[in-house]
Write a protein that binds this ligand. Structure first.
Ligand code: ATP
Ligand code: MG
Length: 621
């Protein structure tokens, strides 16, 4: 009988001192078709120098723990797990084999040979397929990997799994303390940082000011993060101090690292797991954030992530959860399913991040997010981030936060200024022709082009039409595609396999599509906030990009909003929009509302009028 390997978790009596590699899961019975192919490492036999090194690093499986330690601290052990664990007692960690099967979509991939990464390296938390690949991997990382030490260089040759320091307290660096208040204000002004709230710490200007472990400093450098971006300068010290934050900053301005750095530093010093939770609206964004978290956490002792997203088999995700993970990155739906099965205990969570917070707190996601937050301790730190935080969300957000600090970095709710925005008036029947013209225009066409439409069928049909008429390699992307398909399309988009990808809003938020230089909003998004995010798939962190948007009377209710939020970026708007009676009517209504609000305010100028009016109405009574 096939027993899912997710239930066969090889664990050590002492959780913090695990065996070399924990057995990973195969979600389904092995497919013989997937067994062969691909180049393996040069040394494919056991008994190599790498194998010896692996053995030295504890690569042999250790005896399984006794019954008491079967239940991880996260409370994840399922019924019957012990019996199944004991099935594995005699099974050693595999040696490298060229016939090790390839990973199926969603399965872990060996970081050395690219095959199915059946084990987790206990020292780096990377996926490996065998003893030999683990050894090679350790050789590759040796010299880079440093044990944990705060704020100073590491001693050579010390043990990678150094004991976890008891705590970390952020203290302002002397360089920052020595700046005058007016210099800090000037710095914030020049960087476009606005802060609101009590007791806001000064921004950092260098990651070194945070006193991070050396391994983390090295990881930042390895990721090319030499200096913090404005949102990171202000949000990182706040996050490190344990403060609740509501942050908005331009698309592509580095919000992910701004919340991941506090997440990592909080999680690093907790023994109860998981201790950090990141929620995102889409699977692709969760996958991207997990990748970035792993990059930043590499070499930090006992830091692991679990990705809990729909569309992928649940058993591997549950298996991963059982590996004493510190950081959970999840979409709300899948996480709620797992919570309902009592397969995860969130009582140890110290920090929660809600990325793309505005869409996560809107109808649709709101209830799920609130349900998840019900399961984390009330006193945990909360960070909310997005490029757009509309006023309506600010109210709800502030109810979820304690003494929050509001940070606005860049233009509030505006499209990123690196994006060249072109808004064209195109009637519905002419839109396809216009798109083909753009794709044929040598100056404008810079593949891959990302085209946004408003429905799934529209994405399929338009992608087919593009391929047929222009001959360009095109595909469609939407939520009805299977997760493996979605993964391949995104990979193809990033690696230049497609010249055109026609997508619904599923690719509209958070994704760092660095290769995309041109976005076309074939259908105007339903709100200006979504517009800001969709055009923000280009122009990431100082890069340039172009966004072309087709507009006509179908979006008439947005005309005034478009004028208000696109014009300040210097873009020209079509005369049909600027002269539209709808725009004038919307502007008039808004001015009237503003005037009303203004009249309702009691000022020195209108105080006497208000008193007179009051007396008059009393006299009439
Ligand atoms: N300090 C830094 N130095 C250099 N590159 C950075 C830095 N911080 C972030 N980046 C890079 O900038 C790009 C955009 O970052 P990120 O995805 O975090 O943006 P974002 O603000 O979350 O955007 P969005 O609103 O679209 O989600 C990424 O490629 C990231 O690796
Ligand atoms: Mg983001």
């Amino acid at each position: 009988m096939f027993v899912p390997r997710s239930l066969k978790v090889r664990r050590n009596a002492n959780d913090d001192d695990r065996s070399c590699a924990a057995k990973k899961v195969k979600p389904e019975a092995e497919d013989p078709q997937l067994g062969a192919g691909g180049d393996g490492p040069a040394d494919d036999a056991s008994g190599t120098k790498e194998a010896a090194l692996a053995a030295h690093h504890g690569a042999q499986p250790r005896p399984l723990p006794g019954p008491a330690s079967q239940v991880p601290e996260g409370g994840l052990a399922g019924p019957g797990q012990r019996a199944q664990d004991s099935d594995l007692l005699e099974e050693p960690v595999k040696s490298f084999s060229k016939t090790q099967r390839q990973a199926e979509p969603g399965e872990p991939v060996c970081v050395v040979c690219g095959r199915y990464g059946e084990y987790i390296c206990n020292e780096t938390d990377e996926d490996v397929c065998s003893l030999e690949c683990k050894a090679k991997h350790l050789l590759q990382v040796s010299g880079v990997e440093e044990p944990l030490a705060l704020g100073g260089p590491q001693k050579a040759g010390s043990e990678p799994a150094a004991p976890r320091p008891a705590s970390y307290v952020y203290t302002e660096h002397a360089f920052i303390s020595n700046l005058r208040e007016d210099q800090i204000e000037n710095l914030r002004r020049q960087l476009g940082i606005v802060v609101q709230g009590p007791g806001v710490p000064r921004p950092i200007v260098d990651f070194e000011h945070c006193g991070f472990p050396e391994a983390l400093n090295l990881n930042l450098k390895a990721s090319g993060y030499e200096v913090p971006t404005p949102i990171q300068m202000q949000m990182v010290p706040l996050g490190l101090l344990g403060r609740d934050v509501l942050a908005s900053a331009d698309t592509g301005s580095g919000k992910t690292a701004a919340f991941l750095l506090p997440v990592i530093m909080r999680a690093l010093f907790q023994s109860k797991m998981p201790s950090a939770l990141v929620l995102t609206p889409t699977r692709e964004l969760a996958i991207q954030i997990e990748r970035q978290a792993k990059e930043l956490m590499s070499g930090l002792p006992r830091m692991r992530t679990a990705l809990l997203v729909g569309g992928l088999p649940a058993p591997p995700q549950l298996h991963r959860l059982r590996q004493r993970v510190q950081v959970v990155i999840a979409t709300p739906g899948r996480l709620l399913d797992i919570i309902k099965q009592s397969s995860v205990e969130l009582g140890g969570i110290k920090i929660v991040v809600v990325d793309e917070a505005d869409t996560m707190l809107k109808m649709g996601f709101q209830q799920q997010v609130l349900d998840v937050l019900e399961n984390v301790p009330r006193d945990c730190q909360t960070l909310l981030a997005s490029a757009t935080i509309p006023a309506s969300i600010e109210q709800l957000a502030s109810q979820l936060l304690r003494d929050p600090v509001r940070i606005i970095a860049g233009g509030e709710n505006l499209p990123c200024s690196n994006v060249r925005q072109v808004v064209l008036w195109v009637e519905e029947p002419a839109k396809k022709k216009k798109l083909f013209e753009i794709l044929n225009d040598k100056k404008l066409f810079k593949p891959p082009v990302l085209v946004f439409v408003d429905c799934k069928l529209g994405a399929d049909l338009l992608s087919e039409a593009v391929q047929k008429i222009t001959g360009l390699k095109s595909t469609s992307m939407h939520s009805e595609k299977s997760q493996p398909e979605r993964k391949n399309i995104l990979k193809g988009l990033l690696e230049g396999d497609y010249e055109v990808v026609v997508s619904t809003g599923v690719l509209g938020r958070g994704l760092d599509l660095v290769s995309v230089k041109l976005v076309v909003n074939f259908d105007m998004p339903p709100s200006m906030d979504e517009y800001v995010h969709q055009v923000g798939r280009v122009g990431r962190l100082g890069q340039n990009g172009t966004a072309i948007t087709f507009i006509n009377n179908n979006s008439k209710r947005l005309f005034w909003d478009i004028a208000k939020r696109v014009k300040p970026t210097g873009s020209l708007l079509p005369p049909q929009l600027l002269n539209s009676p709808y725009l004038h009517e919307q502007r008039r209504k808004e001015q009237q509302k503003d005037k009303q609000t203004h009249n309702d305010l009691v000022t020195g100028a209108n105080l006497m009028d208000i008193i007179r009016k009051h007396d008059k109405s009393n006299a009439q009574k």
